[in-house]
Ligand binder design. Sequence first.
Ligand code: ATP
Length: 877
Amino acid sequence: MAKAAQKETPLNRQYNQIKTKYPGALLLFRVGDFYETFGEDAIRASRILGIVLTRRNNGGAQEELAGFPHHSLDTYLPKLVRAGERVAICDQLEDPAQAKGIVKRGVTELVTPGVSLNDNVLDVRRNNYLAAVHFGKDDQLGLAFLDISTGEFLAAQGSAAYVDKMLQGFVPSEVLFCKKNKAEFAQLFGDKFHTFQLEDWCFGYDFGYEQLTTHFRTATLKGFGIDILPLGICAAGVILHYLQETEHKQIGHISRITRLEEERYVWLDRFTVRNLELVYPQQEGGVPLIQILDQTVTPMGARLLRKWVVLPLKEKKPIEERLNTVELLLQHDELHEVLTQHLKQIGDLERLISKVAVRRISPREMGQLKKSLRQIAPIKELLSAQLGETSEVPTGTLGVLRKYADQLNTCAYLLDKIEAELRDDAPIVTNQGNMIKSGVDPELDELHGIAYEGKDYLLKLQNREMAQTGIPSLKIAYNKVFGYYLEVTNAHKNKVPVDWIRKQTLVNAERYITPELKEYEEKILNAEDKIFAIEQRIFNDLILAAAEYVGAIQQNARVVSVLDVLASFATIARKNNYVKPTISEGKELDIKEGRHAVIEQQLPLGESYVPNDLYLDDETQQIIIITGPNMAGKSALLRQTALIVLMAQMGCYIPARQATIGLVDKIFTRVGASDNLSRGESTFMVEMTETSSILNNLSDRSLVLMDEIGRGTSTYDGVSIAWAIAEYLHNHPQSRAKTLFATHYHELNQLAEDFPRIKNFNVAVREVDNKVIFLRKLKPGGSEHSFGIHVAQIAGMPQPIVLRASEIMQHLEKDHVPESQAKKVREMPKNNFQLSIFEPADPRLEELKEKLSLVDVNTLSPIEALLKLNELKKLVT
Ligand SMILES: Nc1ncnc2c1ncn2[C@@H]1O[C@H](COP(=O)(O)OP(=O)(O)OP(=O)(O)O)[C@@H](O)[C@H]1O
């Protein structure tokens, strides 16, 4: 409407005023029963929603127009938001019937991908985060996350790599940053996020500090532990500012902000999160770890697990607390079972209470809140019950359960109130009654009586008139235009008494009213209006009562989520035969019969995963060079080791026979260039940059996985680089990082002779009849060659190529006397293999050919032909 209006109508003017206030947003403009979009917005809306785009004449210019009925908002809004649109919903702010002049309109909500309370936009099993990134000085960045649907608010600060990793782990739906950092943001974090840029001034420290202290009504931020994060404060302030901008003013449920304590969690570099496929598969159809581990039964549990998976702990005590609780649940089947049953009946407590806080809870949802709260008391009781004296649970674990029990609040008053007042079949809407039980309010009961009696009276009236007029099909019905009326089919029209007043003629019936009918109608409608108003008032009071419990219910939700994840760990441990790891402050990593949690679930029926032992420490065996043919299982071994460590430090049982896990504080992963979608750089260059970043951040408790490092370049370059990296890791003055080094370069086996803490292992294969059998067993010692050519053969490479490749390899491997590569290549034996399938290398084929040429098909009887065929077959099989 904005651009071409020549004669601006009042509606145009109103639209343009509102539109300019929300730049970049798609404006849904309520006109009557429709939400309309205009111009550019209409083009986008029609494309995304598949709705009809029309054109109309607007003050002399053509303008696009697309709209949908207002009651379809819940269907269309999520589609727009998921497509990355910011949607401003402009409603009529007064009853059009009462309006003098043009109806007052205004934006009631700006829904953006990261700020949504709409159930259709949200995924119950995932958080929907809005993030803000603030670029500070000295390469430090501030970061904040908010999920408005749950009230969770987090702040952090750190290097670009840290922020990148957090963005990858939390996968925000929308990221805010400052306009002037546009290029930097794209360069550091790519273009995969929905983003929104704000002005510089919103990122000021004082501004942020004030936003936060005003919201939390505190004098300082010390109590939240974020006062030491000046950049994090800037980012968090921007988030609160953005909520005001998007008309989200009821945010009482954001009751605290928590510091994301980087030092509490294992540092996973971004390749680890991706390469180990913790939360997302690398390729479509792949299975991430979370999918295996997730046996949670509540939305809160599912969301918490996502965080635990990317934020494993590195302190012994809390890890053991989790592991011990899982153990206790495994030892007490019934406790586990009953707890899970109760958890299953808890809905999305966290989001339900957020809806109370923002005053958007529907009566039906209030019923769900009641159902969820009902489970709290029995869970509390269950956790505080005395478990059998014979229990072998580590000391303190029962205390941990009791601690959870103490934190649960049964919310008895609120629960009783909802149970007493809200009908069990309460509807979704609040303005049509049927929400409140009888016995709650005497006036309401009386009005119900009147309305009921009125309706009862109408029924009697209908029967009486039916008898008096002799019209058997006479009925009383109601519509919004005429209110109650008597309907008579045409066949009985002539029996209608003269004093009835005709109101409407239909094709085969007529509708009438009578003074008596109108009198009762007024009684009923009056009563109903009052009923609706009273019910709404009582329901609002119920919301206010529930709002008093926001903090308590949020705490319940937190405890429930933890219990759910731990119960889920117990379920999966039992299902997949996991064991409890021993967590040690030492530096050793000793895994007996470890397995890969994901691959073992995907093997074809009948095949089982071959378990392997693995030992690493900082004294005797710090670095293991693993060689072995392609497809032998080197990568699987590397990944399973990291996954076992991560799972253990999440507090989860692990796929192994037993294991001692010396706490790991950082995990680095580097996979040789091949699958990297690099940003314009050569893949090898990326590989090297990232490897150097690993080497610069090592710690004494780091676990490093190097998978075929150096393969992105020529063999000799690759060997040299891999060699130098291994040496560096071994000789690092401060950190003896435990390292698994999978490689095809058996030249690296030499390292074990020169460095005491480097050991050679290989993933064994057996060669039988020229074929390779994968044993998948890790054995001490290096391996001679890599069988790459065998794999090519298995993959169906033409035989002549396979044979020729073997010949070249034999030549290159001929002797170990250092010889220049150029000389070796010069002296390469010439190719004797013709690339022709008719050139048989096997003498039996020669004979076959000869015998075939002697056969005279013209004189052969069918039986002779069969006998001949049999003879020829015997020759070659
Ligand atoms: N211990 C095991 N038990 C059963 N199957 C396994 C085992 N380890 C690996 N596999 C199977 O072998 C396949 C190949 O393993 P992996 O990718 O680890 O080989 P690789 O040695 O790293 O090969 P490449 O050098 O070609 O990358 C895996 O996809 C998996 O299905």
